[in-house]
Design a binder for this molecule. Structure first.
Ligand code: CIR
Length: 262
């Protein structure tokens, strides 16, 4: 049997709108190049499809500049999906826009009602547990509301801490296989990955931490040669995606899709 944390029948992504140039960013390093970002997004979707998965690409949402970062709107588990409640006020409305797509696929669809907040970028499902990093976007109340659902579904949820100044937990880590995590040294130093094999990003290439294992491929941002070589040497099928423009908006490989089995 394949592991539902690494192997997927489907993914959902959303075409970037022209308004993506106004997306949220912690630090302004310039606006993304729309044409180049769209080309990179097309390549990302094609790479997901090349693994045999069905990928649904939803229409752009101009009123939500960050809507291409669909991962933050929901958590998909084998038992069902949970609609999130983003901590970024400008992103709250993205959840209702995603709901119909998931309602068509999942019989059991839950909602985080609040008052807490939680974003999908702070959640790493490893197959053996659900790790949730508290962050500026994800608070204790939001985590507690998710825990009620994951308890019911029989998953153990462990609350950990996203390092200060890091947008999301998964900005700094990825699951490479059910036993192996790719992590920055900074995040791993918190001890949150005890019991896993951890591969550290080479110094200076921490920005490659947000990768995804998707079926037999590992998608990672181009431009980090030492990290790519390390993963290839470990036997992973590394596929490089141009992430220059999404990186200006603090986005990476995981943010651009919801990955699921139905
Ligand atoms: C934001 O600040 O919400 C977006 N500009 C980036 C979201 C990245 N999402 C993710 O890491 N899951």
């Amino acid at each position: 049997m394949t592991n539902p944390a690494t192997h997927f029948t489907h993914a959902i992504s959303r075409r970037p709108g022209a308004s993506v140039t106004h997306g949220l960013r912690a630090e302004d390093r310039g606006a993304p190049d729309l044409a180049r970002l769209r080309a990179a997004h097309d390549a990302y979707v094609a790479t997901l499809r090349s693994t045999g998965a069905k990928v649904t690409v939803l229409d752009a949402l101009e009123e939500y500049p960050d809507a291409l970062f669909v991962e933050d709107t929901a958590l998909c588990l084998p038992e069902g999906a949970v609609m999130m409640r983003p901590g970024a006020a400008s992103r709250m409305g993205e959840v209702a826009q995603m709901r119909p797509a998931l309602a068509a696929l999942f019989e059991d669809l839950r909602d985080i009602h609040g008052p807490g907040h939680i974003e999908g970028g702070d959640i790493l499902f490893t197959g053996r547990e659900v790790l949730v990093g508290r962050s500026a976007r994800t608070d204790a109340t939001g985590v507690a509301e998710l825990r009620a659902v994951t308890d019911e579904w029989g998953h153990s949820l462990r609350e950990v801490q996203t390092p200060p100044g890091v947008l999301h937990f998964k900005t700094d880590c990825s699951l490479l296989d059910p036993e192996t995590i790719l992590s920055t040294k900074l995040l791993d130093a918190s001890g949150c990955f005890e019991g896993y094999r951890v591969l550290h990003l080479p110094d200076g290439e921490e920005a490659a931490a947000n990768a995804i294992r998707f079926n037999d491929a590992v998608l990672m941002p181009a431009g980090f040669p030492k990290a790519a070589e390390m993963l290839s040497d470990e036997g992973y099928d590394v596929r490089l995606i141009d992430n220059r423009d999404c990186a200006l908006l603090d986005g990476g490989m995981s943010c651009l899709s919801l990955r699921l089995n139905v």
